[in-house]
Design a binder for this molecule. Sequence first.
Ligand code: COA
Length: 336
Amino acid sequence: MIRAAILGTGFHVPEQIVTNQDMTKWMDTSDEWITQRSGIQERRWVTIGTDGKATETGAEMGAKAAAQAMAQAGVEPAEIDLVIYATLNPDCFFPGNGVFVEDLLGLKTAGAMDIRNQCSGFVYGLAAADGFIRAGTARTILVIGGEIQSTALNVTTEGREMAVLFGDGAGAVVVQAAEGQRGILASVLHSQGRFAKDLWLEAPTALVPERINADLIAAGRHYPTMDGKLVFKHATRRFCEAIKEVLEKGGATVDEVDLLVPHQANQRITEAVGKRMGLPADRVFSNIARYGNTTAATIPIALSEAAAAGRLKSGDLVVTVAFGSGFTWGANLIRW
Ligand code: COA
């Protein structure tokens, strides 16, 4: 049986570390508030150069992560059939970041598509890669999750609820057709659009001439906003539902799960989900303290770090699960 196996992982984060203490220079907040509410101690943000632009692009970060994953997998650029790039922050309105990665890595006209599914983008991306591989449309796929969020944030007291949570970075995996037990066993995907505006970024928008105007900017509608408590409540519930559903679909039980790799939204969400699922802390991965919420990048960064730390061994049963803006959520069950 052909399955879509993850053969390599990689990640890249900007050099600049922004601590909770740094946040207190720009807004009314405290290290204690941020750590207690979210578990975040620091995050990486791109550096803004003297020309007023980020010194690295999102696609460049994604390409660096992908190059590591390819080296680990022993895969050459000419072998990549498709790039799936999950991001809510493409470097430009169009085209998506995937095509820039095709160029940066010299992928010889490999297909490229972006997925706009915010925090669950990588889970959707893995599910898509699995489908393409099983259908024979592609044999080797790069799935990348990457974000530059810092440039979208309102870094003042007004925007503090969002600003302290988010970080920049990219992670990637190489997924390849393989025979045997190893690979993605099942995926589940969901959305509920009635909550779209409870966690969103309205502008720039195709609905107004010029895409952005002074009124939108004056009203702060070019900043992301959310109903934090509502998101928290739904996330905790949907994470658990998706884990149960994907395990059932893949014919496995929670006792068999070696590592749960949840989207890193909030340490309290991660702990609540682990507890509700009856998983001890050593079987639930967390690195939110160092990177914050990097949206589509949290899971591939976590997979990279977990693999490097020896926490993902051949044959392990792994669940990835995410929830975010849309609302969208989903999970993958993977035999490592
Ligand atoms: N520093 C200090 N105070 C802050 C703050 C900050 N960075 N951000 C918000 N506050 C204030 C609020 O203004 C509010 O003040 P008020 O009570 O005077 O109105 C108060 O803190 C709210 O505190 P609390 O009720 O304890 O917050 P919370 O437990 O709901 O935690 C979040 C807030 C944002 C951390 C939490 O709701 C959350 O993580 N939600 C999910 C967010 C998420 O994951 N989004 C991404 C999607 S995956």
